[in-house]
Design a protein around this ligand. Structure first.
Ligand code: NAD
Length: 309
């Protein structure tokens, strides 16, 4: 296949490091830009050792300019990936989550990087969306995090339209897998429950446990991004990345129990304000573009995850 020079912002994080592994294996020349705020060098011990790591901040436009020079593609993943953090300190997270995107786009256009992929989020849909939710659904960001993702999408579309770059925003649903941070109570629910399984702590369930998510195994997301990278005919500005399968938290806990071969104690607590009830991607557009839809079964994905702990 075509060998490309690819810059991944947030490349030392959970998703970025897996993407780096894959792109190095595919023979691309990979540069990672990360400030190591939540990203870690330990994430880069696999094939990503073959990538160059630039320790820099996406709020630093000059650093992005230098890193973007000569690149064939930019994958912009760097963000404070926490809805809760954005509610506590919107000014700080905005500087990275929106300002970082604008800097990345200015660098990509100044350096004539022809292709930009962006990590948006299902959070742009809010809580009233139809299920499954198509890209055309009304958007209702409920947090500064989601508002910054949505604004970033619009800026991507603006630069695509006016500067002729190829830019696509991918609305990730709930991504899970090895290396996902479990250190905060607001981490992804799968990484939290995996941690509970390892330590014997009870799994905290807010509400009745019937809230649903569309869980995507990390390798499947990476497959989508790796395919998108070598395409210059993606005509859409936004695309869902989900499985099209909805799982509730009780089913998730059940899958963990089956793998562990023992019951798991749940700690039921009152529902949290702002917790989204149902989340499920309509993957029609994804399937049409790639002839591929994430399909790792939850049981298989969880097995990989536990194996890696
Ligand atoms: P992560 O925290 O592991 O990755 C984010 C990376 O960005 C980290 O390596 C961090 O050090 C880096 N970073 C943060 N601020 C930075 C800054 N100012 N300058 C340079 N680097 C900075 O989280 P992740 O799950 O890998 O998320 C990657 C992207 O995907 C984020 O944009 C996130 O919002 C998005 N996303 C993730 C999910 C999910 O389920 N994990 C869902 C939707 C969207």
């Amino acid at each position: 296949g075509a060998r490309m020079k690819v810059l991944i912002t947030g490349g030392a994080g959970f998703i970025g490091s897996h993407l780096a592994d894959r792109l190095v294996i595919d023979g691309h020349t990979v540069t990672l830009l990360d400030n190591l705020s939540t990203g870690k060098r330990e994430n880069l011990q696999g094939p990503a050792r073959g990538a160059r790591l630039v320790i820099a901040d996406v709020r630093d436009r000059e650093a992005l300019m230098r890193a973007a020079r000569g690149m064939d593609a930019l994958v912009h993943l760097a963000a404070v990936a926490s809805v809760q953090a954005s509610m506590h300190d919107p000014l700080a997270t905005h500087a990275t989550n929106f300002g970082g995107t604008l800097n990345a786009l200015l660098a990509a256009t100044a350096c004539q990087v022809p292709r930009v992929l962006y990590a948006s989020s299902a959070a742009v849909y809010g809580d009233e969306a139809p299920t499954p939710v198509p890209e055309s659904a009304p958007l209702a960001p409920l947090s500064p995090y989601a508002a910054d993702k949505l604004a970033s999408e619009h800026y991507l579309a603006y630069f695509a339209r006016t500067r002729g770059i190829n830019a696509t925003s991918f609305r990730f649903f709930n991504i899970y897998g090895p290396r996902q941070d479990a250190s905060s109570p607001y981490s992804g629910v799968i990484s939290l429950y995996a941690q509970c399984l390892a330590t014997g702590a009870p799994c905290v369930v807010y509400g009745d446990g019937r809230q649903t998510r569309d869980f995507v195994y990390i390798d499947d997301l990476v497959e989508v991004l790796a395919r998108a990278l070598i395409r210059n005919d993606l005509s859409c500005a936004v695309m869902n990345v989900g499985t099209g399968i909805e799982q509730d938290l009780l089913a998730l806990i059940n899958a963990f129990e089956t793998l562990a071969g023992r019951p798991i104690v749940c700690d039921f607590r009152p529902a949290r304000a702002g917790d989204i009830r149902r989340s499920l991607a309509d993957v029609t557009r994804l399937r049409a573009a790639f002839g591929y839809v994430p399909q790792t079964l939850l049981s298989a994905g969880l097995r990989h995850l536990l194996h890696d702990l």
